[in-house]
Design a protein around this ligand. Structure first.
Ligand code: PAJ
Length: 283
């Protein structure tokens, strides 16, 4: 039986617990999450354990990264199952603040990321999103003071934005990206996959299939513009409403015209009914 991780809900209790880790000379890795944990989150915890003696997982459904019309209130919450998964994954500490602890009355400061956060991808469809993410992630970094922080490539623009924020603010930690964990049929694992109907779930793997095929065609020197145009059609034909399919520079997320413009990442977001899926691959 794995030992149950400690759970803390206030900043002073968190700080006291982390102090004992540090006093023992242990390095700390942080895995920020919104709960509803699955094998993708578990892979982040596994990588965290490889890097540091102590693993802290935060669970906080962050209201500031949801727009009023988005799914903050219906976002899946499964604390008991999350605790069990994190016990099995041998996390040491769960940081689960309430909204009042994170955003007390009078809270008035926000991070305003630029660069990759204004690339015209997620930000175009969720303009409030990266301000909310960077604000909460900066707080989590300052609350826990980790040596490493683990983020999934599944949310590729988020990974780039958080990496840049840590660099720009001289935060003394290393942001580490972890490969996307997928279902057997290729669908990227996501807490939001639970929203899909059986028919939508059957259609969903098309997103990754098109991304992979498009990457293979670009590697074979087909022109990016025509590959992307075909990919957009394919995704629509599979039953999605497409938000975007784009070829971007893998680091800056700026548009690329040819393979010579640098390492390329293909990024897509598309909706099946009300459920929005995102995915990406390297070329
Ligand atoms: P959440 O969606 O819970 O994701 C937490 C972390 O798990 C993110 O770094 C995300 O990229 C990673 N992740 C999700 N699905 C994955 C998969 N299939 N494979 C690998 N990693 C995966 O992302 C957030 O929460 C929030 O925006 C947060 C960073 C916690 C700030 O509120």
């Amino acid at each position: 039986m794995a030992r149950a991780p400690q759970v803390h809900r206030t900043v002073p209790a968190l700080r006291r617990a982390l102090e004992t880790f540090r006093a023992a000379g242990d390095r700390i890795a942080l895995v920020p999450t919104m709960g509803a944990l699955h094998a993708g989150h578990r892979a982040l915890v596994r990588e965290a354990r490889r890097r540091a003696r102590r693993v802290v997982v935060s669970i906080f459904v962050n209201p500031t990264q949801f727009a009023p019309n988005e799914d903050f209130f219906s976002y899946p919450r499964s604390f008991a199952a999350d605790l069990k998964l994190l016990g099995d994954a041998k996390a040491d500490l769960i940081w689960a603040p309430t909204t009042k602890v994170m955003y007390p009355e009078g809270f008035a400061t926000r991070i305003a990321p630029e660069g990759a956060a204004l690339a015209g991808l997620e930000d175009k469809f969720r303009p409030h999103f990266f301000g909310g993410v960077t604000t909460v992630v900066a707080k989590l970094f300052l609350q826990t003071g980790p040596d490493f922080a683990l983020f999934g490539e599944k949310d590729y623009q988020q990974l780039r934005v958080v990496t840049q924020m840590a660099k720009d603010l001289d935060l003394p930690l290393k942001v580490v990206g972890v490969k996307t964990v997928r279902e057997k049929d290729g669908l990227a694992m996501s807490s939001r996959n639970a929203y899909l109907s059986a028919a939508q779930r059957a259609a969903a793997p098309a997103l990754y299939r098109v991304l992979r095929q498009s990457a293979a065609r670009i590697r074979k020197r087909e022109t990016i513009a025509s590959v992307i145009a075909d990919g957009r059609r394919e995704i629509a034909r599979a039953g999605f409403s497409l938000d975007y399919l784009e070829a971007r520079h893998a680091l800056t997320l700026q548009p690329v015209a040819t393979r010579k413009d640098g390492p390329i990442r293909l990024l897509a977001a598309a909706r099946l009914g009300e459920t929005r899926l995102i995915d990406n691959v390297s070329v």
